[in-house]
Design a protein around this ligand. Structure first.
Ligand SMILES: NC(=O)C1=CN([C@@H]2O[C@H](COP(=O)(O)OP(=O)(O)OC[C@H]3O[C@@H](n4cnc5c(N)ncnc54)[C@H](OP(=O)(O)O)[C@@H]3O)[C@@H](O)[C@H]2O)C=CC1
Ligand SMILES: O=C(O)CCC(=O)C(=O)O
Length: 438
């Protein structure tokens, strides 16, 4: 390190003069957690303060307000965001979230995690994320389509196949991506299938994208069970969130012989300690919209899902659900982060002290963006890969990343999160320096 460069001091505390840029909020919530994780990595890498300060802030972001007509003729003005956290390693990449609680700080945190995820998985993208604050469950399909088209038009100057490529996240799916792709084409006059990923197969989507996040989580589960010497047939799991990620993972587990004892969604939780019939449950959810009322299980307190006495607990819904207040109730051997940012830094410390193995989001749930990358490559080459190739390449990349992080953590006496974040931040910092951006 050259003389005259101020490093991130080990004594810097959240909220102190160095280590938490003042315009990034009070240091709580998802953004506070993301900055704290970055700061820990920056210290261990001995990054200069100026580089830490750069990486702690989004490179660019846009907030848009747009009117949309509802089915009853009323007009509602909605707020949406797209944040590009860091573009040093390539175009921005990350999902679009539709949920009532979406705000700019949450999107900033999610975009930062995307930067680390893409760097950790060594795919040529930076990190981005977007969202619109509304509840899609309370809107008709026509309203959601109009909202999507209006939002896409409003951010169309900010996204593009070489600049920033959205994908599905909470509350969005392949149908949303189809509307986005079409709305982008209408706004810009460009037919550009590579502008979004997670599209329907018939519109240039990839085999395996819909199940990719769950499959990636599943591949890591199988590798870590092997490391722990636990047979799949003797393992059990509980899953918070039964959407694209949680529902898909439950199906993966059922196939692999891992019994799913408890699951939850926004409306409640169910449990069956003999194992829930997941195929049957998925049909029930498709018909009723919730896991609640499933005849093959009993209703339980949602807190029981995280506290279940199982081998693996998987938060697969939203951020900040495992906290300093409930971390001691976790009884699982492994906490596998299907969601982004489900564990607060306070909970992380408690879990590390208690010996719970936390597999961090940027590694565990990266299967989605890895197959999004495959989809982007296929769209650019106008050549479709086989399902077999997608699955093989995904499995290989997930296991390679798992091995790299596991070995680094074991060798340096770090948690898996500390290793994963330090590797990813180090890669971004190196690129930033090589490009002369620092
Ligand atoms: N989709 C993807 O490719 C990827 C997603 N992720 C992350 O995975 C997580 C889930 O995303 P995804 O499955 O796509 O989203 P979905 O919208 O498909 O599903 C979200 C699920 O979480 C449930 N949920 C929401 N709030 C709560 C709550 N307070 N308690 C319990 N369950 C709740 C929803 O319930 P309900 O159905 O009742 O609304 C739904 O079952 C998010 O953190 C996302 O960022 C990470 C990597 C990739
Ligand atoms: O597939 C993508 O581009 C991003 C998925 C995503 O939003 C995530 O990994 O959190």
């Amino acid at each position: 390190m050259s003389v005259g460069v101020t490093q991130v001091p080990t004594s810097a505390r959240p909220g102190g003069p160095i280590g938490a840029p003042h315009d990034l909020g009070p240091g709580t919530g998802p953004l506070g957690a993301a900055i704290r994780q970055l700061r820990d990595a920056a210290r261990s890498l001995e990054l200069p303060c100026a580089l830490f300060e750069t990486l702690a802030r989004p490179q660019q972001e846009v907030t848009v307000h747009f009117p949309v007509m509802m089915d009853d003729g009323s007009v509602v003005t909605l707020e949406g965001h797209r944040v590009q956290h860091n573009l040093a390693r390539g175009p921005g990449k990350g999902g679009i979230r539709y949920a009532p609680g979406v705000d700019l700080d949450e999107v900033r945190a999610l975009a930062m995690w995307m930067t680390w995820k893409c760097a950790l998985m060594d795919i040529p993208f930076g990190g981005a994320k977007g969202g619109v604050a509304f509840d899609p469950a309370e809107r008709t399909d026509h309203e959601v389509e109009r909202i999507t088209r209006a939002f896409t038009h409003a951010i169309s100057h900010f996204i593009g196949p070489d600049t920033d490529i959205p994908a599905p996240d909470v509350g969005t799916d392949e149908r949303t991506m189809a509307w986005m792709m079409d709305a982008y084409a209408r706004s810009t006059g460009q037919f550009a299938p590579a502008v979004v990923t997670g599209k329907p197969l018939a519109m240039g989507g990839s085999h395996g994208r819909a199940s990719s996040t769950s499959d990636g989580l599943g591949f890591i589960t199988m590798a870590l069970l092997q490391d722990l010497g636990i047979e799949a047939g003797k393992a059990s799991a509980s899953i918070q969130g039964f959407g694209k990620v949680g529902g898909g993972l439950a199906a993966f587990y059922e196939k692999a012989g891992i019994a799913v004892h408890a699951v939850s969604d926004r409306y409640g939780a169910i449990r069956n300690d003999r194992g829930i019939d997941i195929q049957h449950l998925r049909r029930h959810v498709a018909q009723t919209g919730s896991v609640v009322g499933f005849p093959g299980a009993e209703r339980t307190d949602p807190a029981d899902v995280l506290a279940a006495d199982v081998t693996i607990v998987v938060p697969a819904a939203i951020e900040g659900v495992v906290t300093g207040a409930n971390a001691t109730s976790i009884r699982a051997t492994v906490l596998l982060e299907g969601a982004n940012g489900p564990t607060t830094p306070e909970a992380d410390e408690i879990l590390a002290d208690r010996g719970t193995l936390v597999v961090p989001d940027i590694l565990a749930n990266s299967g989605g963006v890895v197959v999004s990358y495959f989809e982007w490559v296929q769209a650019r080459q106008q050549h479709r890969w086989t399902e077999h190739r997608v699955r093989q390449d995904l499995r290989e990349r997930m296991l390679r990343a798992w091995e790299m992080v596991r070995r680094d953590a074991a060798g340096r006496g770090r948690t898996l999160r500390e290793s994963a974040t330090a590797i990813a931040v180090g890669r971004v910092a190196d690129t930033q320096r090589m490009r002369g951006m620092m």
